[in-house]
Design a binder for this molecule. Structure first.
Ligand SMILES: *[C@@H]1O[C@H](CO)[C@@H](O)[C@H](O)[C@H]1NC(C)=O
Ligand SMILES: *[C@@H]1O[C@H](CO)[C@@H](O)[C@H](O)[C@H]1NC(C)=O
Ligand SMILES: *[C@@H]1O[C@H](CO)[C@@H](O)[C@H](O)[C@H]1NC(C)=O
Ligand SMILES: *[C@@H]1O[C@H](CO)[C@@H](O)[C@H](O)[C@H]1NC(C)=O
Ligand SMILES: *[C@@H]1O[C@H](CO)[C@@H](O)[C@H](O)[C@H]1NC(C)=O
Ligand SMILES: *[C@@H]1O[C@H](CO)[C@@H](O)[C@H](O)[C@H]1NC(C)=O
Ligand SMILES: *[C@@H]1O[C@H](CO)[C@@H](O)[C@H](O)[C@H]1NC(C)=O
Ligand SMILES: *[C@@H]1O[C@H](CO)[C@@H](O)[C@H](O)[C@H]1NC(C)=O
Length: 472
């Protein structure tokens, strides 16, 4: 039974979440107009369980980012592009078949350069598909020392990929980027991030493990290999000279990434942490992290074969395919978080673009919204922490959770504007929050988000704007 239909419009402002130091400088103010249509009840029962296609309750809002295009280049040298990167994917004949699909999600045949490094030649009766990166067989490493009792010798082979890649002598290379066969890279964002750095200087760029227990054992000073790390050409040229010696000097270190890290230290080069590289040393569901991603382009996701599927009702591979495809329509905005508040209802909305929306029937501060829900445990011991970022409890009580929506579809509505639609996850019958202040929020079935496409130079403009403001 359809009851009263009411329509209201509110215009509110949200800003992209930003670290407090940047906050006063960041001029990306997103004007959000929310149009709430009626929460018409279509049955005598609480409507929150029923999803009616013909009568969807939905939220709709617009992000209109006011960003002018900046075409100026840094110096006379051409901007870094995908052709300047050589990938080195560590794999083995045994793991490749099962993980190939993850690599092919992001690999662009004839565009991306690099190789999958195998422990041996694949069997002759296997035809190597041209959708996969071409393979190389790593050199024999039996002459090196390896003394880590809880590790495996193949770490040496992995450590040498950067050297063997360099020694191929490929033309016009600015960066060597290492990753695993269960790493998914977001290429445009990788290029954006590396483009900020001068490849003629020595740079070692990547990220730590999210689990403190890992960082304590393996070091905070290294870039974790699965999350991917980038070595500038200038650094690679120095590294290859001493790497083999380092491998023996650091025979007791567990992983290839640790050995490379130790060797980089000998050159006096520190790790440059970029927050978009994700080792994903997390057990369980990475939801919390991706729903409250730091303000940084998403560069990589590792352990994609061990994590729970990102979307309900999809496999791990299909979930990632969905995220990668959505990212194609606006690479810079993928999983970027925005907040908005509806003061007429005292509602808070947190959007992780292309992934999820959270609707809270209360006013929740930015500080809380930007703190990831702990939907995971630590990597090694599945403990409740600590992690290298703060987390908040993801309560089993539905009244202590926001109403959660997941991406349904993304489309380019016009040049420079996307529309993403998020659908509510249906609660199990009998579960869900029945409290009066929750009822209206649980009636919302769909959230539409319109957003101006993210300008890749926005990240740089933030830096530039801060300079300008400081001088004011
Ligand atoms: C990348 O830049 C180089 C110049 O350094 C150019 O030759 C190449 O075509 C560019 N590649 C792409 C994919 O734009
Ligand atoms: C890559 O290019 C070669 C020729 O340059 C072509 O034969 C091959 O089909 C291309 N591969 C893909 C996957 O497009
Ligand atoms: C390739 O040959 C081996 C035996 O040499 C066999 O075990 C394997 O199943 C074959 N693989 C394919 C894809 O035919
Ligand atoms: C690697 O080298 C050692 C000794 O030099 C040799 O015994 C071994 O067979 C080699 N392994 C491979 C896979 O070629
Ligand atoms: C929203 O919250 C404010 C302050 O907590 C309160 O005064 C106001 O009545 C609330 N508005 C609604 C619509 O609940
Ligand atoms: C729920 O929405 C209806 C219709 O907009 C409104 O009359 C009612 O006050 C709301 N209830 C709460 C608890 O906010
Ligand atoms: C929300 O988006 C869907 C397409 O994804 C569209 O069918 C629907 O009309 C949109 N609603 C509004 C209010 O824009
Ligand atoms: C940043 O500002 C500097 C100095 O004003 C300018 O030379 C440079 O081109 C700017 N970079 C970008 C990406 O806007």
């Amino acid at each position: 039974m359809l009851m009263s239909r009411k329509q209201e419009e509110t215009t509110i402002k949200v800003t992209n979440i930003i670290s407090s130091s940047m906050k006063c400088f960041l001029a990306i103010c997103i004007v959000v107009s929310i149009t709430f249509f009626s929460y018409s009840t279509f049955s005598r029962h609480p409507g929150w369980l029923g999803y009616s296609k013909s009568n969807p309750n939905f939220l709709h809002f617009d992000h209109t980012t006011k960003i002018s295009t900046d075409t100026s280049l840094l110096g006379s040298e051409q901007q870094t592009n995908i052709s300047h990167i050589v990938f080195g994917i560590s794999s083995s004949v045994k793991t490749w078949t099962g993980r190939r699909g993850y690599c092919e999600l992001w690999w662009k045949p004839n565009i991306t350069r690099g190789f999958v490094w195998l422990d041996e030649k694949p069997p002759d009766n296997v035809t190597w598909p041209n959708t996969s990166p071409p393979y190389m067989v790593s050199q024999n490493t039996s002459r090196f020392k390896y003394t880590c009792w809880y590790g495996a010798r193949y770490a040496i082979r992995i450590a040498r990929i950067v050297k063997e890649s360099f020694e191929l002598g490929l033309e016009n290379v600015r960066w060597f980027v290492m990753g695993d066969d269960d790493t998914v890279f977001f290429l445009e964002n990788l290029v954006t991030v590396l483009g900020k750095y001068d490849h003629n200087q020595m740079y070692y760029i990547g990220g730590n493990s999210e689990s403190v227990e890992q960082d304590v054992i393996h070091s905070y000073a290294i870039a974790y290999g699965g999350g991917g790390f980038a070595v500038s050409y200038a650094l690679a040229a120095e590294l290859v000279r001493i790497l083999d010696g380092c491998i023996d000097r650091y025979a007791e270190l567990y992983g290839g990434d640790q050995k490379v890290g130790a060797c980089v230290t000998e050159l006096g080069v520190p790790l440059t942490v970029e927050l978009g590289f994700h080792q994903v040393d997390l057990k369980g569901d990475p939801y919390g992290l991706l729903a409250a991603h730091p303000v940084a382009p998403l560069v990589s996701l590792h352990h994609v074969d061990s994590m729970q599927p990102l979307f309900p009702c999809l496999t791990k591979l299909d979930s990632l395919k969905k995220l990668v495809q959505t990212h194609n329509s606006d690479p810079g905005r993928i999983v970027q978080q925005s907040f908005c508040y509806d003061l007429s209802r005292n509602w808070s909305v947190s959007v992780s673009w292309g992934y999820t929306v959270q609707l809270y029937p209360s006013l929740v501060t930015s500080k809380v919204l930007q703190t990831p829900f702990q939907t995971f445990g630590t990597w090694k011991s599945s403990s409740q922490g600590p992690f290298i970022f703060n987390t908040r409890v993801f309560s089993p009580d539905p009244c202590d959770r926001p109403v959660i929506f997941f991406l349904d579809q993304a489309e380019m509505v016009k040049m420079g504007e996307t529309l993403t639609t998020y659908k509510k996850v249906l609660a199990e019958p009998g579960l869900g929050c029945f409290r009066t202040d929750y009822v209206n929020a649980t009636l919302v079935q769909l959230v539409n988000v319109s957003a101006a496409t993210f300008q890749s130079n926005t990240w740089k403009k933030v830096r530039n704007l801060s300079v300008a403001t400081n001088l004011d």
